[in-house]
Design a protein around this ligand. Structure first.
Ligand code: ADP
Ligand code: MG
Length: 353
């Protein structure tokens, strides 16, 4: 939007026509507009100003972002203890809605990259995970689904505490029970129920959280699906199972990825639960291609192991650890597998909340 770029090159003024913010740099760009690093002349601080495109759809969603963040922070996070970004102000400038946020630092993806995709130690993974959980608890209490939890939307705070992180980007967030959109979450972090078109709840954020925790440890995404089909195939492979039949039966998109091999109703009737086999079978690649006339690109499996347990036990290799550290770490890795199993659980009803 060239119109927007022009504005960003000049000072922003608030609606009282009093100069308040000076644009210093661009921090990020997206479909919504841009985020500018600004000097706030009133408080003498840097702030991050999200400048929304002057199009009705973006404007409306940004109004939702402002109101959700306002509610979260005023009602549920007044002491700023729960690792959610603070909004400072919002205003309309030349028909662009602008939201100013506290200035934060690098995001977790950039941090993983700076660490050469090697993965962080278990203690660092724990420290970040606890903080993200604090934010998720507040969202759950408030009845908010973030809908875009991923490393890019978790930022390091630049304040005195160097290891504090905050969740940002409530631009896709919604209220539980008012889930209007079906195309949500970034693909690698997208929950099976969203892929399958099953009614979703706040537990989709817990799935994404599991993916984030795994990635912090591994240095690489757990399910780097090149397409939704590839994503599902990776989930089935790594988790060693597939979504439960009742979920598949009640999902809108099941037929896109699975073929119906026998009647589940029939099976439930005359088989004991142990003999129950799934009524659904994942399509082969050829079958999927034939159905979708699309070629899913399957990237190489960089972990050299297929099952979650083996991936976590064997990767990343930590070369320079002393013997006793290795046996201590292998125990903690087992605990990490248990934790991840609770989070990347196909059944949203069984997934840890
Ligand atoms: P989008 O909907 O495009 O993902 P975000 O709110 O995530 O919008 O902002 C886009 C990018 O702008 C972020 O990934 C981050 O790099 C930068 N950014 C956003 N908010 C801040 C902030 N408070 N401090 C520093 N950088 C920020
Ligand atoms: Mg974002």
């Amino acid at each position: 939007n060239s119109d927007l770029i022009l504005h960003v090159n000049f000072e922003l003024v608030n609606f009282e026509r009093k100069r308040r913010y000076t644009v210093k740099d661009i921090l990020g760009q997206g479909t919504f507009g841009q985020v500018a690093k600004c000097w706030d002349l009133e408080t003498n601080c840097y702030v991050a100003v999200k400048i929304i495109k002057n199009q009705p759809a973006y404007y409306r969603q940004a109004v939702v972002e402002v109101s959700i963040l306002h509610m979260l922070n005023q009602k549920f996070n007044p002491d700023d203890k729960h690792h959610i970004v603070r909004t400072l102000d919002y205003f309309v400038f030349q028909r662009h809605l602008c939201i100013s946020f506290e200035m934060l630092g690098s995001n977790l993806y950039e941090l993983i990259k700076m660490n050469h995709f090697k993965g962080f130690s278990l203690s660092i993974v724990q420290m970040f995970s606890k903080q993200i959980l604090h934010a998720l608890i507040v969202m759950k209490d408030a009845g908010i689904i973030h809908c875009d939890m991923k490393p890019e939307n978790i930022l390091i705070s630049t304040s005195v505490k160097p290891t504090e992180i905050k969740v940002i980007d409530f631009g896709s967030a919604c209220m539980e029970g008012r889930t209007v959109y079906s195309y949500i979450q970034s693909r690698y972090y997208r929950s099976p129920e969203v892929v399958l078109g099953y009614p979703y709840t706040a537990s989709i954020d817990m799935w994404s959280f599991g993916c984030i925790v795994a990635e912090l440890f591994l240095g690489l995404p757990l399910f780097p699906g090149a397409s939704e089909y590839d994503l599902l195939k990776r989930m089935v492979q790594i988790l060693g199972g597939q979504p439960p039949d009742n979920l598949l039966r009640d999902s809108k998109n099941t037929g896109k990825f699975f073929k119906h091999v026998r009647s589940i109703y029939h099976l439930e009737h005359d088989a004991t639960s142990e003999e129950l086999i799934s009524a659904y079978q994942v399509l082969t690649e050829d079958e999927y291609e034939a159905r979708e006339s699309k070629r899913p690109s399957i990237g190489k499996n960089y972990f050299n192991h297929v099952k979650l347990e083996d991936i976590i036990a064997n990767y990343p290799y930590r070369k320079n650890l002393p013997e006793e550290e290795i046996s201590k770490e292998s125990l903690t890795r087992l605990a990490l597998v248990d934790f991840l199993r609770g989070l990347v659980e196909f059944d949203p009803g069984k997934r840890w909340s």
